[in-house]
Design a protein around this ligand. Structure first.
Ligand code: ASP
Length: 328
């Protein structure tokens, strides 16, 4: 019988009513007690690493989760991490870069309604996640939510309330779960596990709005190591009455701040070469663009790539090198 480790971190799934609204309260053992049927399929041990609303999750905690999994990797056949849904897509993407090619499945799940409530989706999600983690065909890092198996770098929370809260963005779902049966649609790629232990979280996302001043980049130049610019459509930078944006971009480059262009449009990604507003930036500067990646995955990949690259060129090369199915 397979041995699965349930790692709990909080989130709605483990929450209970408090005077000030829902807050994580249940221990990992209490959570597991709500899904007794999984003991027919595998042995499950538990560890509670945090009990946080995922709004309070931070990059250091993702690193700690990855380090914990590395420490006990040989003791278990698979890992289930329960996590708040609000920042789960970021956590999943980060774990995907920190633990690459794992033959042992690492599954994140959570719920929209606490496990103790009558109409909860938590029992089904948790059961599915544990079952998947114990499946011979499973490997790598995924989110399981609302019957879907979603690649960690492709997931986004697209609904705040419904049970099908997560979507796979511009990439097919890896599979789906019906009762105890798992259907895999995509081939899963696994090999020798590689753990990474360093990230640089000095990263910010700037969403452009029409008419905005480029002054924000002065602040960023002094404070951050990388900025992800969510621009409009397939991508570009505004040229208003002066070339303020380009001047600020040059300032960032001179300061060694890495810049990555992406789009605020939810589907189909960037393509900076299409319009003059994008091409003039792309031709002049070594600024990578995210193409079809989600912003969540871009944030995680940039944090992972920063300490592994010494120049803008090295950074761009690493950013463009696909890790699994993160960029097409
Ligand atoms: N605020 C909660 C969290 O992210 C929402 C959830 O888990 O669904 O922790």
């Amino acid at each position: 019988m397979k041995h699965i480790l349930l790692i709990t971190t909080g989130g709605t799934i483990a929450s209970a009513d408090s005077e000030n609204g829902l807050a994580p309260a249940l221990t990992s053992e209490q959570l597991l007690r709500h899904v007794p049927e999984v003991s027919r399929l595998c042995r499950v041990s538990t560890v509670g690493l945090y009990n946080l609303d995922s709004t309070n999750m931070r990059p250091e905690y993702w690193l700690e989760i990855a380090r914990y999994i590395r420490k006990v990797y040989n003791d278990y056949d698979g890992f289930v991490i329960t996590h708040g849904t609000d920042t789960m897509a970021y956590a999943a993407a980060m774990l995907y870069y920190l633990i690459q090619d794992s033959k042992k499945p690492i599954v994140l799940t959570g719920a929209q309604i606490p496990i103790e409530k009558r109409d909860t989706d938590a029992r089904e999600n948790l059961t599915d996640a544990v079952m998947y983690a114990a499946d011979d065909g499973a490997c790598g890092v995924h989110i399981i939510f609302g019957d879907k198996i979603i690649a960690a770098t492709r997931a986004r929370k697209t609904r705040t309330k419904s049970f099908n809260a997560f979507s796979s963005i511009d990439y097919p779902e890896i599979g789906f779960i019906r009762g105890e049966v798992k259907y895999y649609i995509r081939e899963r790629v696994c090999g020798e596990v590689k753990f990474f232990d360093e990230i640089d979280s000095s990263v910010i996302v700037v969403k452009l709005i029409p008419g905005m001043s480029a002054e924000i980049f002065d602040f960023i130049a002094d404070k951050y190591h990388a900025v992800i610019i969510e621009s409009f459509g397939v991508g570009g930078l505004p040229y208003y009455d002066n070339d303020e944006f380009v001047q600020k971009i040059e300032k960032l480059i001179n300061k060694g701040v890495r810049i990555i262009m992406t789009t605020q449009v939810p589907h189909e990604g960037s393509d900076m070469g299409v319009y003059q507003v994008g091409l003039r930036i792309k031709q002049k500067y070594e600024i990578p663009e995210a193409y079809d990646m989600t912003t969540e995955a871009v944030v995680a990949k940039v944090m992972w790539a920063l300490p592994r690259s010494k120049s803008a060129g090295e950074f761009a090369k690493l950013f463009y090198t696909p890790v699994g199915n993160d960029i097409i």
